[in-house]
Design a protein around this ligand. Structure first.
Ligand SMILES: Nc1nc2c(ncn2[C@@H]2O[C@H](COP(=O)(O)OP(=O)(O)OP(=O)(O)O)[C@@H](O)[C@H]2O)c(=O)[nH]1
Ligand SMILES: [Mg+2]
Length: 207
């Protein structure tokens, strides 16, 4: 059983300073509103409604933090998953947009326990200007990024490959990037994504 399946909800925060002190490794999920962050967390943790997912974009406005309990040490966590607020939702007021940008920028650049970043991009949309703004914050940190090209079920196999190629090229300035097609509904890329996240949380030592 994956350690991700043990995830439990820990806390929500509207601001970075409301999060618990940095502790074990954190893997965060970022991306445009409606890209499929909450759905990805649900499928990766094998839980139907751990992270809320919705047909109404802009639903997740808080930082939601989930703990991965250590099976050998009751009460301790091996690491954390963090669902960050989606960006780019058109009908949100300017102030609120700026506030989200501040939260995201702050978290990505300054959260010391951040171990890896899952960037969700709708496979039909590709990399947008807002995604670029985000990756401009990420690139200097040197943190690893896994781009999940979500809703891959909407494209035939050949076009998925083209999309992966395009994203890899556009995000080449992120030193440590992997990109793969992902679908919660058709269960594409789940195993690869799980392996990468587990490896960020508890790196496997290769002798
Ligand atoms: N076809 C298909 N639809 C998906 C997939 N993943 C998510 N969706 C749909 O996309 C919509 C948005 O998904 P969410 O997971 O709520 O997106 P989010 O990124 O968390 O959005 P915000 O919380 O607004 O930032 C929902 O209607 C999902 O059912 C997928 O793999 N395939
Ligand atoms: Mg969400």
């Amino acid at each position: 059983m994956s350690i991700l399946h043990r995830a439990t909800f820990l806390t929500s925060a509207a601001r970075l300073d409301q999060l618990p002190e940095p502790g074990g490794p954190e893997v965060c999920f970022v991306g445009r509103s409606n890209a499929g962050k909450s759905t990805a967390i649900n499928v990766l943790t094998n839980q139907r409604r751990l992270a809320y997912s919705s047909k109404t974009p802009g639903r997740t406005r808080l930082i939601n933090m989930f703990g991965l309990p250590d099976p050998l040490e009751p009460g301790q966590h091996l690491g954390y998953l963090v669902d960050l607020p989606g960006y780019g939702y058109a009908s949100v007021a300017r102030d609120a947009k700026q506030q989200w940008a501040d939260i995201l920028g702050d978290y990505l650049r300054h959260r010391s326990s951040l171990a890896g970043i899952v960037l969700l991009i709708d496979i039909r949309r590709g990399v947008t200007d807002l995604d670029r703004r985000l990756t401009d914050w990420i690139a200097p940190t040197g943190k690893g990024v896994m781009a999940l090209l979500t809703k891959a079920d909407k494209l035939p196999f050949g076009q998925r490959k083209t999309a992966v190629f395009a994203v890899t090229k556009q995000l080449a300035d992120i030193g440590s990037l992997m990109a793969l097609p992902f679908s919660a509904t058709a269960r594409i890329g789940i195993e690869e994504a799980t392996d990468q996240i587990e490896n960020w949380i508890s790196p496997k030592v290769v002798p």
